[in-house]
Design a protein around this ligand. Structure first.
Ligand code: GLA
Length: 375
């Protein structure tokens, strides 16, 4: 498609979407997350141009946008092009001269489903443009640049998780990430476990107000703790005992949000240990507890996602189920015995459709490699 449109052979890069097994709303608290890169991805094809233009083409939106490389927009325009433009703006800010180029984008990460289509778009673009300007970044640095594009240009207040896993994922592995120093540990996903992703079909958006409100509420609780004992700049540094001591000084909602974040950090580290030991019963228990906490304390779920989790509980082969991603809709992640995965997906879809009159998309995914060049 790039060749036919731009009459130039592109270099092509791929960046995956992700599903998070556990560790929700902990990344911006400098805590732990355990995501997996999945086999839904964005492709970015890039070739240089001699006319000083930056031409962006989205196959998904069937739309082309043209800019002057020397006068790129400094602000977002609430358009799909904000993501690639944001990445280019951050790279320019790093001191790279941006030449003219054609960039074509295509992706199959379902949009607005909490599977990080935005991060995939950013990371694929970043690899493509970095290659064009002749610079190579390590995966963690690339992820930070893309997160900055989303925070500073697009205007979404996200943490580092999505860009990090898209840049650094590994086939057949989950990644336990310490969002404080970006050190990580790869945990193999046994071949007999399938990742079944069930889309509630309720749209999710990080740019939406709920994500930001929840984040602010949890951060207010952190400030109360920090005012008493110092050394607690982030909830990563707080304990459940802190909440017992000073919770009374917090707004009730803030206390609940903080209880989720603090307990979720403990669960995420424990979940990685359980996965490592092959203790699937414990892993499932932690996922169930994580969902309860996300839904009841963080109030980040919705009726449909709670039902999707509940409807899975007695299905043969289920190891654990919970809402994944930024919340307020999107997908649940179900860890399921591979041999039962197809039947599980079919029955869960039937049950959900019977309850809500909506046919959910249910995908059996495979843990994939992070972003790389493919042509
Ligand atoms: C979205 C954000 C991430 C993270 C999750 C919640 O996916 O982009 O940074 O905060 O929500 O865990």
């Amino acid at each position: 498609m790039h060749l036919a449109r731009f009459h130039a052979a592109p270099e092509v890069f791929v960046a995956p979407g992700r599903v998070n097994l556990i560790g929700e709303h902990t990344d911006y608290a400098e805590g732990f997350v355990m995501p997996v890169a999945i086999d839904f991805a964005t492709l970015a094809g890039i070739s240089p141009r001699a006319d000083g233009k930056v031409v962006l083409y989205s196959e998904n939106y069937a739309e082309e946008k043209t800019f002057d490389a020397a006068a790129l927009p400094a602000h977002a325009g609430k358009h799909w092009s904000d993501y690639p433009l944001g990445v280019v703006a951050i790279l320019a800010g790093e001191g790279h001269q941006i030449p003219g180029f054609s960039l074509s984008l295509w992706g199959d990460v379902p949009l607005g489903s909490g599977l990080s289509s935005s991060a995939a778009l950013e990371v694929a673009t970043a690899l493509a443009v970095a290659s064009l300007v002749g610079v190579s970044y390590s995966g963690p640095v690339l992820a930070r640049l893309c997160q900055r594009a989303e925070n500073e240009f697009v205007g979404a207040n996200c943490g580092i998780m999505d860009q990090f896993i898209s840049a650094n994922g590994k086939e057949n592995h989950a990644l336990l990430l310490d969002c404080r120093d970006l050190s990580f540990k790869l945990a193999p996903i046994p071949a007999h476990i399938a990742l079944v992703i069930a889309n509630t079909m309720v749209k999710h958006s990080v740019a939406g107000g709920d994500y930001t409100t929840r984040r602010a509420e949890s951060e207010t609780a952190c400030a109360v703790i920090n005012s008493h004992r110092g050394g607690v700049p982030f909830l990563r540094d707080a304990t459940l005992e802190d909440l017992q001591k000073w919770g009374r000084e917090m707004a009730p909602k803030s206390l609940l949000r903080a209880r989720h974040v603090i307990s979720e950090n403990l669960r995420t580290v424990a979940a990685e240990k359980a996965l490592e030991k092959g203790d699937l019963k414990e892993l499932g228990r932690l996922m169930a507890e994580a969902h309860r906490s996300y839904s009841q304390d963080f109030e980040g779920s919705c009726v449909e996602a709670d039902a999707m989790v509940e409807l899975a509980q007695d299905l043969p082969g289920l190891i654990g189920a919970r809402l994944t991603g930024g919340g307020f809709g999107g997908c649940t992640i179900n860890l399921v015995e591979q041999s039962q995965a197809k039947a599980f997906a079919a029955e869960l879809g039937r049950r959900y459709a019977a309850r809500f009159g909506i046919t959910p998309q249910i995908h059996i995914c495979h843990a994939s490699d992070g972003a790389h060049r493919i042509a």
